[in-house]
Design a protein around this ligand. Structure first.
Ligand code: ADP
Length: 173
């Protein structure tokens, strides 16, 4: 049976070891899923983000950091920064997006976290084409799971129906 699952809904409600946040380079919170996670999780998450900022000065696109999950059902939150889509792939934005998924998976394993939920990184304010983002995310995770046995479950949490349908197609193919 596939370790990849999809669901439509709010990632803050998902009961997994770790949820991934589509953060921004400041790590200080923002709109979209970032705002939802900080709202639902409470100030403990932001406190730890501030500590990380003080230590390493934020987070670059394609990189990931980990904090507590405050009041969320998850044990931890991984904050990764997606690429901003610029209308072409000249800045290698697909590779940066793939790196978000890869670095998050590696960080989960390093912290002994075996079930992980991802939002559709970069497909909101960062304007990445949803079909391209879905293909990139799905293939990166699928390839990773072929080589790494430690992760038990990856859930793609789609907020909107368009993304859900794209992931459903990829899962069925
Ligand atoms: P980015 O800046 O990386 O584009 P956004 O938060 O604007 O980040 O959007 C990323 C994706 O997260 C979008 O598909 C958006 O619909 C989705 N999203 C927004 N709120 C939530 C939520 N509570 N749970 C899951 N996904 C969400």
């Amino acid at each position: 049976m596939s370790k990849i699952k999809i669901l439509q809904g709010d990632i803050t409600k998902v009961d997994v070891d770790v949820i991934v946040n589509a953060a921004n380079t400041s790590l200080l919170g923002g709109g979209g899923v970032d705002g939802a996670i900080h709202r639902a999780g409470g100030s403990q998450i932001l406190d730890e983000c501030r500590d990380i900022r003080a230590r390493q000065g934020g987070c670059d696109p394609g990189e990931a950091v980990i904090t507590n999950a405050g009041n969320l059902p998850a044990i931890k939150v991984i904050h990764t920064v997606g690429p901003v889509w610029t209308g072409d792939n000249e800045g290698g934005q697909r590779a940066v997006l793939a790196s978000c998924y890869l670095e998050s998976l590696k960080l989960a394993i390093a912290n002994n976290l075996k079930t992980i939920a991802f939002p559709n990184i970069s497909t909101g304010v960062y304007r990445f084409p949803k079909d391209l983002a879905a293909q990139t995310a799905f293939k990166t995770v699928q390839d990773f799971l072929l080589k790494n046995e430690v992760i038990d479950e990856v859930i793609f949490v789609c907020f909107d129906l368009e993304n859900f349908n794209l992931y459903q197609k990829l899962l069925d193919s």
